[in-house]
Write a protein of this length. Structure first.
Ligand code: MTE
Ligand code: HPA
Ligand code: MOS
Length: 767
């Protein structure tokens, strides 16, 4: 058995030895030039001139390129074409690339590019720097979206209780350890080979071809692995890939563009911050009768992926709860800041946090345990189980999962202990929260749910696999190798997965939406099964038996039952088939069945299935300083039948800690008049470290199997666990609430930094 085993990540031994190669580790070819980007010093303005001659005259500069040097389309937008590669005419944010400096030395290129301000003439224009300002001015990157069910007006007016409030949820920087990088190498007869750290090699191929006015077949993009992507390299590797490609083509030399961390912060976008304005009606038990919410996101200057991110936010407002009447509006506000993009969860976390915050407020107003309000609102299994967007929740395991977690975490007992502790502790306060997650799996754009693979069995019995997914540390290559080994009944060490390459599998989707293993795993299984069937047919003929009597298992092939039964070595079977001229390689394909989506009505079945989980966190808060500690966290998460429990647990822990960073310490601050992002390096932007893991961290997989036909009945795991961090945020709110008068819900914004916590404490002390 290969599938289901906790085998180490296929590159783990290379990672820990520093032997895994990333783009910048590749030996540089002779003549390589380094590119650096000069960017806009203002948030909005008219670009009159770039002093190219002045820049070119600087020592060590080989060439300077501007928008005028792009032979094809000056655009690298993912969906809508509003993303210039280099600014032309108007500048839209402080940090927008204006020109490219090329030098034999990276440092020289960077030093010259950093002096952009001296070489550009820009007339500043007024800038809209917050989503509220842009929304009020009616500036959006796509038309507003609307999702409605039932009669929210009537339900709101007849509800016994009302709650109207707002919630600010901050953005988040992906902070992949390996920054954005592309290395473009000119090849013969007008073609390019591009090494790129990207979740989406096919899109890189296509945007480069458009920028050069070429055909896609002239561009080959390869990605062996990324040092993390987290959504930040789904679309936004494009600008750098295009710059390196255009420069390489212009200069006929290899060109590498590797961003410095600060430049990466200033140029690229990240998770959208959201402002939620809501009004809900509920009954005595805390059951929501109607919810109306306006979600306003910070899209930044262009559309990028903001529309599907908002769609996912709206489709996750329900999280785990049946909401009979809803009225949801989504506004993607066009601000003069970096264009925001995918980040683990893709809007889901921002949408679902709203309902969790609302239910927490309802519980505080009613004076009951927030867990009981959550349970009262939970989706049913046979009724109360249709989402606002019309999809049946037909795989709800939350009742059993929550039962198990409430027991194993001793939630009820600890609730009493926390109350007792707080009664005797005037300054230090504890808080406890249990939050569930339901997360929809599939790209919410139907056609993206497809994948391809290519499997080669060499005549020595070793196997090479290529598929459309990209490896970013999440272990897709390990899982796909396990799946191929399982399908052919061989040990894992026979299988090697190679770099993602646009010349091997065409028209791939981004590795995103947590679907990497679901889609590419099925495609690779399809390819491997075709080879297995050819081998079986060959053996059936040689051994005069039926293919149905041939079993591939434990590196051997068992032929026939009864007295003639033999067991052959896999490599001997392969050699015999090769000699008989049997095709020993195959492609494979998969498209997720049953999906539908109507963008206008926002109704359909956008998700093949749901992944579930829940978490309990306990915190200790110093109410004088706003500092706090996470004392203990229990996670129980549903990955269906796990393909690799070690990797899945790693994803759950990593997602949780990353979500905790988003909701507690990672704060983005743009200067309110200049629009300069002030938090652009680890000195001012605080991501969690190993020491922020709770000292008591209990992580468990929920025993389950996917009721839908996924690869080995597994479930996607990449994004959903990030939402488990809600329990930390709401445990902090719980600690603050211990200072509040009965019936008062503390107003807490995310991230709950010490400053935000002190603001919340001050607010409830005044009540
Ligand atoms: N895990 C690691 N180590 N590094 C990453 O960049 N990205 C996350 C998640 N887990 C990421 C990660 C995101 S945003 C997604 S969508 C999924 O992995 C993508 O991979 P998968 O679909 O193969 O799970
Ligand atoms: N997740 C990630 N990327 C996407 C999605 C999604 O749901 N939809 C379109 N692109
Ligand atoms: Mo993940 S945000 O879908 O790359």
């Amino acid at each position: 058995m290969s599938a289901g085993r906790p085998t180490p990540h296929e590159s783990a031994h290379l990672h820990v030895q520093g032997q895994a190669t990333y783009v910048d580790d590749l030996p540089e070819l002779a003549g390589t030039l380094h590119a650096a980007l000069g960017w806009s010093p203002v948030a909005h303005g008219t670009l009159h001139a770039i002093d190219v001659a002045g820049l070119r005259a600087q020592a060590g500069v080989v060439a300077v390129l501007t928008a005028a040097d792009i032979p094809g389309l000056n655009d690298c937008g993912a969906i809508i074409h509003d993303d210039p590669i280099l600014a032309d005419g108007e500048v839209h944010y402080l940090g927008q690339p204006l020109f490219v400096v090329l030098s034999a030395h990276r440092d020289t290129a960077r030093r010259v590019a950093a002096r952009a301000q001296e070489f550009v003439t820009i007339t500043p224009l007024p800038a809209l720097l917050t989503p509220e300002q842009a929304h009020a001015a009616g500036r959006h990157v796509v038309p507003p979206m609307h999702l409605r069910r039932g009669d929210p007006d009537a339900a709101l007016s007849s509800a016994p209780h009302l709650l109207a409030d707002s919630l600010h949820v901050g953005g988040q920087e992906q902070f992949y350890l390996e920054g954005q990088i592309s290395y473009a190498v000119p090849k013969e007869n007008d073609s390019l080979f591009v090494h790129c750290s990207t979740q989406h090699p096919s899109e890189m191929q296509h945007v480069i071809a458009k920028a050069l006015n070429w055909h896609a077949h002239q561009v080959q993009v390869e990605c062996r692995r990324m040092g993390g992507g987290f959504g930040g390299k789904e679309s936004q590797s494009a600008l750098f890939a295009c710059v390196a490609a255009v420069a390489a083509w212009r200069l006929k030399r290899p060109v590498k563009l590797r961003l410095d961390r600060d430049d990466d912060f200033m140029i690229t976008g990240r998770r959208h911050c959201f402002v939620h304005q809501y009004r809900v009606g509920y009954d005595e038990a805390g059951r929501i009768q109607a919810a109306r919410i306006d979600m306003i996101s910070r899209a930044g200057f262009s559309a990028d992926l903001s529309a599907p991110v908002m769609t996912r936010a709206m489709c996750h407002f329900d999280n785990a709860y049946w909401l009979p009447h809803v009225d949801l509006h989504g506004f993607c506000a066009r601000t003069h800041t970096q264009s925001n993009t995918a980040f683990r969860g893709f809007g889901g976390p921002q949408g679902a946090l709203a309902i969790e915050y609302i239910l927490d407020s309802v519980a505080r107003q009613l004076g009951c345990d927030p867990l009981d309000v959550r349970l009262a609102n939970l989706y049913g299994q046979d009724e109360r189980n249709t989402t606002p967007y019309g999809q049946l929740v037909d795989d709800n395991v939350l009742p059993a999962l929550l039962d198990e977690l409430v027991q194993s975490s001793q939630y009820r007992e600890r609730r009493l202990a926390v109350a007792q502790f707080n009664a005797n502790s005037p300054v230090l306060k504890k808080g406890l929260a249990l939050t569930p997650v339901k997360f929809g799996i599939s790209f919410n754009v139907v056609h993206l749910n497809q994948a391809g693979a290519l499997v080669h069995v060499y005549n020595d019995g070793s196997i090479l696999v290529n598929h459309g997914g990209t490896e970013m540390g999440q272990g897709v290559n390990t899982k796909v190798a396990q799946i191929v080994a399982q399908t052919l009944g061989v040990s894992l060490d026979r299988v090697r997965v190679t770099a993602t390459d646009t010349s091997k599998v065409a028209n791939t989707s981004a590795t995103a939406a947590s679907t990497g293993s679901d889609l590419n795993g099925k495609a690779a299984a399809d390819a491997a099964a075709q080879i297995r069937e050819r081998l079986a047919a060959h053996l059936a003929e040689v051994h005069h038996t039926s293919a149905a009597d041939i079993v591939f298992e434990n590196d051997a092939v068992h032929v026939g039952g009864g007295s003639d039964a033999t067991s052959l070595r896999f490599e001997d079977v392969v050699m015999s088939a090769y000699t008989a001229r049997v095709q020993l390689w195959s492609d494979g394909f998969y498209a997720t069945p049953g999906l539908s989506w109507n963008r206008e009505t926002m109704q359909g079945r956008p998700f093949y299935y749901f992944a579930y989980g829940a978490s309990v966190s306990e915190v200790l808060l110093d109410t004088l300083t706003g500092e706090w500690k996470l004392l203990r966290t229990d996670l129980l998460h549903d990955v269906g039948r796990s393909i690799n429990p070690a990797i899945d647990i790693g994803q759950i822990e990593g997602g949780f800690i990353q979500g905790m960073g988003w909701l507690t310490s990672e704060e983005l601050y743009w200067h309110p008049t200049t629009g300069r992002l002030m938090t652009h390096s680890p000195s001012t932007y605080k991501i969690p470290t190993a020491s922020d893991c709770p000292p008591d961290f209990r992580v468990k997989l929920f025993a389950n199997e996917n009721r839908h036909d996924t690869i080995y009945r597994s479930k996607a795991v990449g994004e959903p666990p990030l939402l488990l961090a809600f329990s930390v945020f709401l445990a902090l709110r719980d600690a603050v609430a211990s200072l509040a008068a009965p019936g008062v819900a503390p107003p807490l914004r995310a991230p709950a930094t010490p400053e935000a916590l002190l603001d919340a404490i001050e607010a409830v002390r005044q009540t």
